[in-house]
Design a protein around this ligand. Sequence first.
Ligand SMILES: NC(=O)c1ccc[n+]([C@@H]2O[C@H](COP(=O)([O-])OP(=O)(O)OC[C@H]3O[C@@H](n4cnc5c(N)ncnc54)[C@H](OP(=O)(O)O)[C@@H]3O)[C@@H](O)[C@H]2O)c1
Length: 243
Amino acid sequence: MKLSGKTILITGGTSGIGWELAQQLLKKDNRVNILGRDQSKLAAAKKLGFLTIQCDLAKVQEIENAVLSIQNNFTDLEVLFNNAGIQFNYDFTNSVVALDKIEKEIMVNVTGQLILTQLLIPVLSTAKQALIVNTTSALGMFPKPDGLIYSASKAAMRNFTFGLRYALKNRNIKVVEFIPPVTATGMTAQRTEEKMPADRLVGLAIPQIEKGKVIVTIGKIQIFRWLAFLFPSIAHRILSGNK
Ligand SMILES: NC(=O)c1ccc[n+]([C@@H]2O[C@H](COP(=O)([O-])OP(=O)(O)OC[C@H]3O[C@@H](n4cnc5c(N)ncnc54)[C@H](OP(=O)(O)O)[C@@H]3O)[C@@H](O)[C@H]2O)c1
């Protein structure tokens, strides 16, 4: 699908990868609606020509309100980017974390996106051609010891994306998984390894989506994905640092 002249909703569009997606897609003459919580970032985006929806994906009532607003004002929705995400880093086996921390990570990264997707399928169904792009993570294949809940949430979204693609196979809605490499955003600010700039990532991802790829990966992740599929024990050894 050519990503120009389309009506697009991007969750987590106020910063990082989502903000970069929003900017590049606006430049390609799309109508871009950004969903996020941060009112000041939404207001600034509005001044630049974006439509905005304030919504906390951890709150079901706010998701329902956002969907109502889309049903009323944004009926020609064609593309949904489920991109919002949070990551908490701690040692699950040694720290006692407040239950709401686990709940929140699952709610924002999984439950909220599932509810939003389900409620928006009827709207997307009215488009001639529609697209759902779910941002997952390589950690959904290779869990990170200090990010177990995040990794599990991304594994859930990988599985959901795969299943949704089959469930919608005879419909007008295509389903894409987008697996970014480590990218320079607020989420990775504490990480020291090499990071891809978000503008470069998005510049490489958009053409892949337009070409109709169902799994969009950039750089090393492509190799690791195949390695994990063909030789899971070798992938495990590399990732766990065991010889
Ligand atoms: N950066 C990486 O290396 C990397 C790698 C693989 C996958 N990813 C995935 O890529 C996606 C974007 O991440 P990023 O790196 O761009 O992170 P980011 O810069 O921290 O942005 C996260 C976005 O999610 C939104 N968000 C967070 N909590 C929310 C909530 N409760 N309700 C609604 N929106 C919420 C934030 O908006 P507000 O603050 O306005 O709510 C923000 O726009 C995530 O799904 C992440 O898991 C990132």
